[in-house]
Design a protein around this ligand. Structure first.
Ligand SMILES: CC(C)(COP(=O)(O)OP(=O)(O)OC[C@H]1O[C@@H](n2cnc3c(N)ncnc32)[C@H](O)[C@@H]1OP(=O)(O)O)[C@@H](O)C(=O)NCCC(=O)NCCS
Length: 211
């Protein structure tokens, strides 16, 4: 098994990051259409500038997994292949796009972070990469100095997506109940200091990589 590294896309992203990002995102949408709120048909029409805009936002962080070591710096900069990705939307990002956290799931004065776009390449699954990505995401969330409120990490997953649910549950996420605006989808929440949440129905629209 190769060695893997989990990293974050720098700000601003390089051309290589833009290419690697849209390549893996489109592959994920093609291979696991059921897992995402968006579609291959929609995103395959995006321009390079639209892809870049996703990575070029300070309040949104994209994580990626690649095999290590890259053949050389030069080659890595031109042909780097990612085998996994996920993105983290910060409270500032969610405010900017007008997303109000599901009230039943969020406690008063809690800072909400949302994980979207989680995908590990089919050939590299069950090697602990999904777990490593989420642990890296958690590390980022809970090490951010600027946010003094208590933090909650949330995500949406299809209730029949047993692989993803198994992964999230294993890491301490709890079922937050269905999202009535997205049939079949449930919310899951993670709080570092304790396990637990509510199972009340949330009525907000799905947040995926829809913008
Ligand atoms: C869900 C997904 C990200 C898991 O990635 P992964 O790298 O294979 O997961 P890991 O190897 O880190 O698994 C960690 C744990 O999660 C659970 N898990 C992972 N895949 C599972 C599966 N197919 N069935 C049951 N449990 C599973 C297990 O507890 C596993 O630990 P174990 O291997 O020691 O039993 C991957 O299957 C994927 O990309 N699926 C398609 C896209 C998707 O569903 N994204 C999530 C959208 S919300």
């Amino acid at each position: 098994m190769p060695a893997y590294a989990v990293s974050t896309v720098p700000y601003p992203p390089t051309e290589t990051h833009v290419t690697s990002y849209f390549t893996i995102r489109l592959l994920g949408l093609q291979r696991d259409a059921h897992a995402f709120g968006s579609t291959y048909g929609r995103e395959s029409t995006f321009t390079r500038e639209q892809w870049r805009a996703r990575l070029d936002a300070l309040d949104r962080t994209t994580f990626f997994v690649r095999t290590e070591p890259p053949p050389s710096d030069l080659v890595a900069d031109s042909t780097e292949t990612w085998v996994g990705t996920a993105s983290l939307l910060s409270p500032a990002f969610l405010t900017e796009v007008g997303f109000s956290p599901p009230r039943h799931l969020v406690e008063e004065d809690e800072a909400v972070y949302i994980l979207v776009g989680m995908w590990i390449h089919t050939d590299h699954r069950r090697r602990g990469l999904g777990k490593r990505v989420i642990e890296t995401v958690m590390e980022k969330v809970w090490s951010e100095d600027g946010e003094t409120r208590r933090k909650v990490l949330m995500l949406q997953v299809h209730e029949q997506n047993t692989a993803a649910k198994g992964l999230y549950e294993r890491l301490g996420f709890v079922d937050g109940g269905p999202d009535s605006d997205s049939p079949g989808e449930i919310w899951m929440t993670f709080r570092k200091d304790r396990k637990g949440g509510t199972s009340q129905v949330c009525t907000l629209r799905r947040i995926d990589e829809d913008r």
